[in-house]
Ligand binder design. Structure first.
Ligand code: NCD
Length: 310
């Protein structure tokens, strides 16, 4: 029987259940332990094609590094202004062409719905690497894996998510993913950056959560604190951004008020919402999280490309 990811698109984390997460977690553990030569057989002769219409550091590079570690190669467009999109070529044609040149596609695009659309066009499996403000499913996979590895469980945890909950697509994917577990979620943001009203119904259906604006008074509450960047590029009005810029900043002093074994996560890039002085503390897990990004993406690619798993 083929594994449930074989040749499948990864468009939304809403399509995932606990079993799928467990499959990827186990595959990731296995990939980390595998000897490099065995690992390089998993995508030998295969090509990953990436299309990034928005900036990226970790997502694109971790996919490339993951593909290389599986013995495959990557080709792609890291900057759409250097592609024929600049001449007016449609997303549909760009995706179609890439799907003729590669075995698996990775797309980041500024429009909500771009990934679902591309998956319909592509003849090869399509992985959503960020679709507008909507979703970033592979980020949620690595976020959950980080929690699972660092806290040894997900059920029963108290999870604070702070920052830009309106425009941060990683937040939506993370919330949908957490809906598969019994967790207490506390959302903290400026009032103007609360979860979008059109998504609250869907999120409430999946998990209970409370909302507030004050981080300081809730610091002792969390097992996991997930910090996000205020998404400047998504604001229609620069004045609105100026009002909420720098709303929260995590500094080492705050650790005194937090559980000793809290883990602090961030999808990165960070601006000033986490002080660099925190980086050397045992609670800071955001670089480890980025490292797990490569491993979880390698596991996902290996499952998509190998019918019988590995
Ligand atoms: C995030 C994104 O692109 O949504 N970045 C990432 O992939 N780690 C978060 C962000 O840009 O703030």
């Amino acid at each position: 029987m083929s594994n449930s990811f074989f040749q499948k698109d990864i468009v939304s984390i809403r399509d995932f259940d606990k079993k799928k997460f467990e499959t990827i977690f186990d595959a990731t553990d296995k990939i980390i332990k595998m000897n490099p030569s065995e690992r390089r057989e998993l995508a030998r002769g295969k090509t990953l094609g990436y299309l990034f219409f928005e900036p990226s550091t970790r997502t694109r590079l971790s996919f490339e590094a993951a593909m290389a570690s599986l013995g495959g190669t990557s080709i792609g467009i890291a900057d759409a202004s250097s592609s024929s999109a600049k001449k007016g070529e449609s997303l549909a044609d760009t995706v179609k062409i890439m799907s003729l040149y590669s075995d698996v596609l990775v797309l980041r695009h500024q429009l909500d719905g771009s990934s679902r659309f591309a998956a319909e066009i592509s003849e090869k499996p399509m992985i959503n690497a960020g679709s507008g403000t909507e979703e970033h499913p592979t980020q949620a996979i690595l976020d959950l894996y980080t929690i699972w590895k660092e806290k040894k469980r997900i059920d029963g945890l108290k999870i604070g998510i702070v920052g830009d909950l309106k425009y941060g697509r990683t937040v939506y994917s993370l919330l949908y993913a957490l809906g598969n577990y019994k967790v207490d979620v506390h959302l903290i943001s400026p009032t103007a950056l609360k979860i979008r009203a059109d998504s609250t119904y869907e999120i409430k259906k999946r998990l209970p959560y409370k909302e507030s604006t004050d981080l300081e008074e809730n610091l002792d509450d969390f097992d996991v604190l997930y910090v996000t960047r205020i998404q400047k590029e998504r604001f229609a009005d620069a004045e609105e951004y100026a009002k909420v810029k720098g709303s929260y900043k995590i500094v080492p002093d705050m650790l005194k008020k937090m559980k000793d074994d809290v883990i602090i996560m961030h999808p990165l890039p960070r601006l000033d919402e986490i002080s660099h002085d925190l980086d050397s503390t045992k609670q800071a897990k955001y670089f480890k999280q980025a490292e797990y990004g490569k491993d979880t993406r390698a596991a996902l690619l290996a499952l998509i490309l190998n019918e019988n798993g590995f």
